[in-house]
Design a protein around this ligand. Structure first.
Ligand SMILES: [Zn+2]
Length: 93
């Protein structure tokens, strides 16, 4: 929905509005009740959806929604990559 492109559902991420509050949750198992919206696995898609206010519309929520949870799910963990590769084969023989 964010970018209006259709994809197979396997490449789309389902998000739902939390029952209380205005938080958007990632529904990884696609089992949460309520209205869902579909996004691609990219922050660009989320950006687009937010810009067009597609999420409140799709999820039937009036207000601005907190999508930080979804965003951190989509954003690749930067900086957390291997810094511990010097543990094996130490030169202590
Ligand atoms: Zn998209």
């Amino acid at each position: 929905m964010g970018c209006r492109r259709r994809g197979s559902r396997s490449e789309l991420l389902r998000v739902v509005a939390s029952a209380e509050g205005d938080e958007v949750l990632v529904d990884e198992r696609r089992r949460l009740p309520g209205r869902g919206a579909w996004l691609h696995h990219s922050t660009a898609c989320l950006d687009r959806a937010e810009k067009r206010r597609a999420l409140p519309r799709a999820l039937r929520r009036p207000g601005p929604l907190d999508t930080s949870g979804v965003r951190s799910h989509l954003e690749p963990p930067t900086g957390a990559v291997a810094s511990t590769t010097t543990d094996e084969n130490g030169s202590n023989s």
